[in-house]
Design a protein around this ligand. Structure first.
Ligand SMILES: [Zn+2]
Ligand SMILES: [Zn+2]
Length: 91
């Protein structure tokens, strides 16, 4: 477990305990750090950016229907898990 210090608008802080290995609700990756979006959203999804390549979430998603973009995001994450293609152009 890890601690996240959340600053409230009145200047006081509260410590929230969270599990850094818990999967993010959107991308399915471990959240690592807590974001202000909530305990189950990683900071990268909070700002809508891929943690691996930095691409904006809206860039890879179809703009038609918000539900569809969230379906494509885990596929994008899977793409980063694939091993590098072993292509040899001289073969
Ligand atoms: Zn995420
Ligand atoms: Zn990416």
């Amino acid at each position: 477990m890890a601690l996240f210090t959340y600053k409230r608008s009145d200047g006081s802080t509260i410590n929230i305990e969270y599990d850094p290995d818990a999967p993010c609700n959107i991308c399915g990756e471990p959240i690592r750090r807590l974001s202000t979006a909530g305990p189950n959203i990683c900071p990268w999804c909070d700002i809508g950016q891929c943690r691996y390549c930095g691409v904006n979430m809206t860039m890879i998603s179809s703009t038609r229907g918000g539900g569809r973009s969230l379906q494509q995001w885990p596929q994008h994450m899977k793409y980063h898990k694939l091993p590098e293609p072993q292509t040899d152009p001289l073969r």
